[in-house]
Design a protein around this ligand. Structure first.
Ligand code: NCD
Length: 311
C-alpha cells in the first residue's frame, strides 16, 4: 500500500482485498470481551477534524484504541484554528510532537493531499470537502460484500445529493474498480456538472429516474441531502424531493427483500429515506457502522505496521 490513503485511486484491487481480509479478522475482535490487539502499541494517531462528525471520528478513534495506539482528537472548534492559525501551522505544530498518523477531515477538497506534502506522518483522508472519503467507500463495499457476496457484475444504485457527496465519488471509484455495475441517480439540479464525461470514461450510468433504476438494483445506497453545503434552492421543497428521490415506503416495496439498503449517515429520516426503509430488516445502516471500525482498524494497521507484518 502507499504511504497515505487520500483517494480510492491510491489502492490497487490487491490492496483492497488485503484490507478486506484484515478487516474480517479485526471484525472478530469486536465481538470479544477484551477488544485489544497490541499491533500499534507505542504509535500516536491524531484525528484532526475541521468539520462535524459522529461516526467517522469515533470510529477512527476506537479503531486506533483497539490496536493499542495512543489516539488524540482535535476539533477545529476549540483548537487554535479558531484563533486564525493557518492549516499549515496547525498541522506542522501537531507533526512536531511526533505523530505517526494524521486522520483528517476538512471542508476544502484537496486538503488532505496538501497536508500529506507538509508532514512525514501517514495521512488518512476522512473527508475533504466534496472530493473523497475513501474509508467510507471501503466500509460500504466491505458491508455489501458480506451481504451479497462478490460485487463483480452486481448492480449498485447510488441515489441522492451527488453534487455535494464525497461518499459518492469514492464509492464510484471503488465499486467500478471491483467490477460492480453502478448507476447514480439524482435530480438534475444535484447531478454534478460534467458527470457525463466521467461516467463514460469510468463506465457507470447516470439517471434522473429512481423508479426506473430500483427494480434492477442488487444494492441501494442512499445519500444525505447536504443542506449545509447548499447555497441556493436545489429543489422546490423537502416534500417534492422525497416524492421524486426519497426511498419511501412505496419504493421499498419495489426492492427485493434481500437488497441491502445503505446510508453513510447521518440520515435525514423522512427526507431521503423513510423510517420504514431505514429500519427495515434489509437495512445495512448499523452494519456499516460496525464494519467501519473493522475497516478503519485494517487501514491504520496496514499504513502503520507495514506490508510484511501479519495481523
Ligand atoms: C458522510 C460525510 O461526512 O461525508 N458521512 C459520514 O462520513 N458518515 C456523508 C454525509 O455527511 O452525508
Amino acid at each position: 500500500m502507499k504511504k497515505h490513503l487520500l483517494s480510492i485511486d491510491d489502492l490497487s484491487v490487491d490492496d483492497v482485498e488485503t484490507l478486506f481480509a484484515t478487516a474480517a479478522e479485526m471484525h472478530d475482535v469486536q465481538h470479544r470481551q477484551v477488544k485489544k490487539l497490541p499491533a500499534l502499541r507505542g504509535r500516536t494517531i491524531i484525528n484532526l477534524f475541521f468539520e462535524d462528525s459522529t461516526r467517522t471520528r469515533s470510529s477512527f478513534e476506537i479503531a486506533g484504541k483497539w490496536l493499542s495506539a495512543d489516539t488524540i482528537n482535535i476539533a477545529a472548534k476549540g483548537s487554535s484554528a479558531s484563533k486564525g492559525e493557518s492549516l499549515r501551522d496547525t498541522v506542522l505544530t501537531i507533526a512536531a510532537m511526533g505523530v505517526d498518523a494524521l486522520v483528517m477531515r476538512h471542508p476544502a477538497s484537496g486538503a488532505a493531499l496538501q497536508v500529506s506534502q507538509w508532514v512525514d506522518a501517514a495521512v488518512v483522508n476522512a473527508g475533504d470537502g466534496t472530493h473523497e472519503h475513501p474509508s467510507q467507500a471501503l466500509l460500504d463495499a466491505y458491508t455489501l460484500q458480506r451481504r451479497i457476496g462478490p460485487l463483480e457484475g452486481r448492480h449498485v444504485a447510488i441515489i441522492g445529493d451527488l453534487t455535494h457527496s464525497r461518499v459518492f465519488r469514492s464509492n464510484v471509484l471503488l465499486l467500478t474498480k471491483l467490477g460492480a455495475r453502478v448507476t447514480v441517480v439524482a435530480p438534475p439540479t444535484l447531478m454534478p456538472s460534467g458527470i457525463a464525461a466521467w461516467a463514460a470514461e469510468a463506465g457507470f450510468a447516470t439517471s434522473y429516474d429512481v423508479d426506473a433504476v430500483l427494480p434492477d438494483a442488487d444494492a441501494v445506497m442512499m445519500l444525505r441531502v447536504q443542506r449545509e453545503r447548499m447555497s441556493g434552492g436545489y429543489f422546490p421543497s423537502a416534500r417534492e424531493y422525497t416524492v421524486g428521490y426519497g426511498l419511501t415506503r412505496d419504493r421499498l416495496g419495489v426492492l427485493g427483500p434481500d437488497v441491502p439498503i445503505c446510508h453513510p449517515g447521518p440520515m435525514n429520516r423522512g427526507l431521503e429515506i423513510a423510517a420504514d426503509a431505514a429500519d427495515a430488516a434489509q437495512s445495512a445502516v448499523l452494519e456499516q457502522v460496525s464494519a467501519g471500525v473493522a475497516v478503519r482498524m485494517a487501514i491504520l494497521y496496514h499504513l502503520l505496521a507495514g506490508e510484511e507484518a501479519q495481523p
